[in-house]
Structures are given as structure tokens and as C-alpha cells.
Design a protein around this ligand. Structure first.
Ligand SMILES: [Zn+2]
Length: 371
């Protein structure tokens, strides 16, 4: 039985089309994961996500672990049942949030000690525990616990974080192998900062541990974009060709296109939902089918801008989402100005549809030999 199958490879680049088999269905790659931090994609129902053809979502272990707590979710069965999402779910390990949100964080060889930013309660997150929590959540794809260093970092700091990431990855893998649960995939995360030798080393060691997929972590955290893409381009040469590759936390639409060309299959990013909440809409500038011919194939429309007050055109005339098919710029402008919650819902529906449509167009472009 296959887990990841490559269906087509571009003749122009390293882009590929694949199928990832999970316990909750097949996901066609390259794909984008809408973010459901608190077991909900903010402002949307699971039904709406299905209508816009979201294939898989990402949920955050750290947040759910602190609130409502794993016991509460287990009472419903698992995370799928708790939030009534029947498709696949990827959960992160909680590492990123521990490193970016938690208080009084202390890294030890065996795990990371931190205080909850909600109530100050102290926890010790080990690699084994990160897996156990994700197993209890019942996600389809689990992520290994990794170690992040904030940018800027020294070579020595990046090296130390990479070494510990590898040690923890091994513990995560051992924990996964112990389980007799329904098949949950486990991805390793390549760290190593902007240093090619560290990235290469990390990728090779993780490949030896034989994960179900490989993520690139610790990029787009403040380092120059060119450096990040040099690493991505370099790294995909060293990641197994027959396993999915996931660029964590990226990115802008043109960055996704670029990373797909380098051989990346999976993406998640807060931009569509966050921009939506601020009234910033992604609008196609060219016909979607032509996006690969221009670098700037979209623009950001600030719907709260006074010039949209009486603009009766659809939000985006090239988009077929519910918001664009039914409402004008003038109406959405009014909803934002009057702080109607519907404004956030419509803007989120449109922006996520834009990202999901982008992935569809990327697949088409790979198939037709344009990308
Ligand atoms: Zn739309």
C-alpha cells in the first residue's frame, strides 16, 4: 500500500503532483493547509471549508493542550469528532508555540520546560509527550518536536539546535513505533538555520530515521528571503524524492509558486486568514491560468479604503467563491466599516478560496508543462 505517490513531475522544474494517503482520505499535492489554531478555522464552519475544497487542515497542539486540554477532546473521541471535521488533520508538535509564545522557557536535553502564557502553569514537553498528545488528538499527520532558534542566531546556536532536533526526532520516531493505533504519519523537521552544511546534515540524519515525510522548519523567521529560498532549493536535493516535503509557515502566493518549483508539496500560512480579518483581500491580477507567466499575478485590495465605498463590482471578478459570487466591494466595505462579523467571514472565505484556487492552478500548470 502506498503512502505517497508521485503522479507527475514537471519537465521545467522540480515541481511534482502527488497523492498523500491518510486515515481520513487522499490529499492531492501540492496542497495548502488552512490553519485551525483553536480547533476552528477562524470565522468558518467545516462545511464552508469543504465547499471551498480545503483538503486538509492544520491544528495547533500547544493551544489545544493548554485549552481545552487533551482529556476534554478525548471525551469526544478525537480532534476530528470534537470539531466535526471529517477530512485529514495535521497537528504540529507544539514546539514552535513553546518557543514563540510560552513564558520562562528552558531547553533541557530531554525536553523543554515552559510556563503557560494563559495561567502560568508549568509544563515539561518531551519528544515522547509531543507524540502522545498528537496520538490522543488522533491527527493524520504528526510532527516531531524540534528546537528553534530565533533569528539572528550564531552558527554555534544553530548547530546546537540541530543536534537536539535530531536527538528529539529519534525519540519521536521510537514513540511512534511503539503505538498500535490506526496509522498516523510522522514527519521529521529539518532545522539548521541558513547554514547549508547543517541543513544537509540534518536532512541526511532524518532520512536515515525513515520518516513518512519531511518538513523544512525555522525559515521565514526573519532571515533574508533570498537566503531562505537558497536553503529550500538546496535542501530538496537531499530529501527523499518519494516522500512529501512540507515548507512550514510559508508563505506569500509568489513564494509558494517558487517553492513548488523547488519540489515542495505542502504549505501552511496565516496570511489568507489574518489578511482577511484586516480587510486585505488577495485579488487575481491575471487570469488564474496565466499566473505562472508573471511574478505579480495578484494584488492586495484594502477593502476598508474609501474608494471602495460605492464600488459595486464583485470583490474579485475572477473568483468563484461564495463571497465574490454574491456580494460587492461596496457591501464588504460597509460591513468592515460597521464592524459586522459577516465582514470577517466573507473576507476569510474569499482569501482562503484564493489560496486553494492557487494550488489548483499550480497543479494544472505542472500538468500542462508551464511550471
Ligand atoms: Zn472570492
Amino acid at each position: 500500500m502506498y503512502m505517497f505517490k508521485i503522479k507527475a513531475i514537471s519537465k521545467k522544474s522540480k515541481a511534482r503532483i502527488g497523492q498523500l494517503k491518510t486515515s481520513h482520505g487522499i490529499v492531492e499535492s501540492p496542497f495548502f493547509l488552512p490553519i485551525a489554531t483553536q480547533a476552528a478555522v477562524r470565522n468558518l464552519t467545516p462545511e464552508e471549508l469543504k465547499i471551498m475544497r480545503a483538503q486538509i487542515i492544520l491544528s495547533n497542539t500547544y493551544h489545544l493542550f493548554l485549552r481545552p486540554g487533551i482529556k476534554v477532546i478525548e471525551k469526544s473521541g478525537d480532534l476530528h469528532k470534537f470539531m466535526n471535521w471529517t477530512g485529514p488533520i495535521l497537528t504540529d508538535s507544539g514546539g514552535y508555540q513553546v518557543f514563540s509564545l510560552a513564558k520562562a522557557r528552558k531547553i533541557k536535553p530531554g525536553g523543554v520546560k515552559f510556563k503557560s502564557e494563559i495561567d502560568g502553569k508549568e509544563f515539561f514537553l518531551t519528544p515522547q509527550k509531543a507524540i502522545k498528545i498528537q496520538q490522543a488528538l488522533g491527527s493524520d499527520i504528526m510532527m516531531a518536536l524540534d528546537v528553534l532558534v530565533g533569528y539572528p542566531y550564531t552558527y554555534k546556536e544553530a548547530e546546537g539546535a540541530t543536534r537536539l532536533t535530531l536527538r528529539w526526532a529519534k525519540k519521536c520516531k521510537e514513540e511512534q513505533l511503539k503505538s498500535k493505533r490506526v496509522k498516523q504519519l510522522l514527519f521529521g523537521i529539518v532545522q539548521g538555520g541558513v547554514y547549508k552544511d547543517l541543513r544537509h546534515w540534518c536532512a541526511e540524519e532524518l532520512t536515515r530515521m525513515d520518516f513518512d515525510g519531511y518538513a523544512i522548519g525555522g525559515l521565514t523567521v526573519g532571515e533574508p528571503v533570498q537566503k531562505a529560498f537558497a536553503i529550500i532549493r538546496f535542501l530538496t536535493n537531499y530529501l527523499p524524492i518519494n516522500k512529501p516535503r512540507y515548507l512550514m509557515g510559508a508563505g506569500k502566493p509568489e513564494q509558494i509558486v517558487r517553492a513548488v518549483k523547488y519540489g515542495i508539496d505542502m504549505f501552511d500560512c496565516v496570511l489568507p486568514t489574518r489578511h482577511g480579518r484586516h480587510g486585505d483581500l488577495f485579488i487575481w491580477k491575471t487570469r488564474p491560468a496565466d499566473f505562472f507567466k508573471k511574478r505579480k499575478f495578484y494584488e492586495i485590495l484594502h477593502i476598508t479604503n474609501a474608494k471602495f465605498k460605492d464600488d459595486v463590482r464583485p470583490l474579485d471578478s475572477r473568483c468563484s467563491c461564495y463571497a465574490c459570487q454574491n456580494f460587492s466591494r461596496s457591501y464588504l466595505h460597509h460591513l468592515f466599516r460597521t464592524h459586522e462579523p459577516l465582514a470577517l467571514r466573507l473576507a476569510t472565505i474569499h482569501n482562503l478560496s484564493f489560496y486553494l484556487d492557487l494550488m489548483k492552478e499550480i497543479k494544472k500548470a505542472i500538468k500542462n508543462g508551464y511550471l
